[in-house]
Design a protein around this ligand. Sequence first.
Ligand code: ATP
Ligand code: MG
Length: 509
Amino acid sequence: MKLENIISSLPGYTKSILSALNSAGYEAYLVGGAVRDLLLGLTPDDYDITTNAHPEQVLALCQKYNWQTVDKLGHNFGCVIIVINGIPTEVTTFRGERYGDSDMHRPEATWYCTRLRDDLSRRDFTVNAMALAADGTLYDYFGGQQDLENKILRTVGKAEQRYHEDALRMLRACRFVAQLGFTYVQDGSAALPPFGQQSTPYYLPHNYCFPIERISGLSLERVRKEIERLLLSKHAGHGLMLMMATGILGCSCRVRDRGQDTSVPLLPEAAHLVGLPQNPRFHLYDTWEHTLLAIDNSPRELAIRWALVLHDLGKGLPNIRRLNKEGQPSDPGHEAESAVMAKAILTRLRYPRDFVQLVVWLVAQHMRFAPMLWTKERTLLRWVRSEATSAGFKNEQELAQAYELLVEVFLADMGATHARENPQLMADGRELGRQVTELARTKMPVCTKDLAISGRELLSLIPQTKIKDTLAYLLERVQSGNLPNTSVELLQAVTKHLKRYQQEKELPS
Ligand code: ATP
Ligand code: MG
């Protein structure tokens, strides 16, 4: 898009703020992620503004125009949040920062500065360090526009120093690679080779230098947020590859528990997957490449993405790996091992218990479809019934949702193997997925509340004391697949059951 067109496409509230500042004699620019996204033809999530006006001068303008401001964060580092029509815009005074050794994220000093260039130079990546004025002039001192064109992510200034100042930038680098699909380049180094090729080496080129030991000073909350944003991105596989290649996945961050700092490892358990061979009868890639490809194949949903990150962790472990009759590697039971590891990992990353349970279930179950696909033997009902009765799902809806996610995990996993070259097999997989979700959604109540009849409706037929047992009896029959879950059928079944019960009572003993 041309710069003039970009300016005219800006939301009214952004234009108003820029124009108010300019009319009062201040410099004001759109800056950071908004400029990057607009130049890429994307719609920014938010529009940040940078100005040489000081916060009290910005606040005075807000008063004049009757704009609301948010106070709490407002004065932090010269940032005023202006709210127009319910939409907040951060207006930040040009500032400089100095970092020390002790804090691995926050600057030890910040001050206002007068030149736009100085403010832009403190920003992390060239593509995030451009400013756009209301007259359409683009200020790009560090080659951001060229890097956008070449799809390159590069720090402003020396990477190692910028990461040493603020360790979070290393995670942001991986996240932006995942979001933008750009190649990470450091200080003129060769780019990492494209992933997804059998020969892809996962090594760290010599001149990549990430001071990863400083990640230990970052809080789990910040790190997890970056990892989640990465995982939910279109090119998550690329981002994870960079996390692995730089050693970030093997690092620990910190969490504060009852006043004490605890070190929390991110994902060192994945290291052995890099280069780990798999049975070439099914697989095109090593286990880590397969994992990355499966992730990129899958819908952008956190439980699915985490399940895929973790689904093959058990592969290659000494207690799992075997050589089959043809002398090829195989990992029987890896899904159970991966599930145990997944539970430990997600729990230490402080995910809520329900989320952990769901992801662990997805990991544990991800191999269940494959045998049915190969043998064509349909054991879906037995399987879904056993999950409905023993896997701890609260109700039918929860079970159905879990199966919907599992189907996505299964298809993404399958699509990252030789099966991707076999459209019939992929279609069979999708059909199997359709059948299982339909079964879970419509034919597999988990508890008596899921039945199409309530205890109250049965009161006219049977005494209160028998209601619970009767519902349990109906539930078991529906789950076994020999009674449809409709009120008519359930009522009939109760009537029949009652009759038989009466007859049995009347039989002479
Ligand atoms: P997104 O909003 O999608 O995360 P963004 O680029 O807008 O992307 P923000 O975190 O909103 O990122 O930050 C806004 C801008 O502030 C960035 O574009 C960058 O210029 C600068 N910035 C943010 N965090 C850092 C950091 N840790 N170090 C240096 N500059 C940063
Ligand atoms: Mg932003």
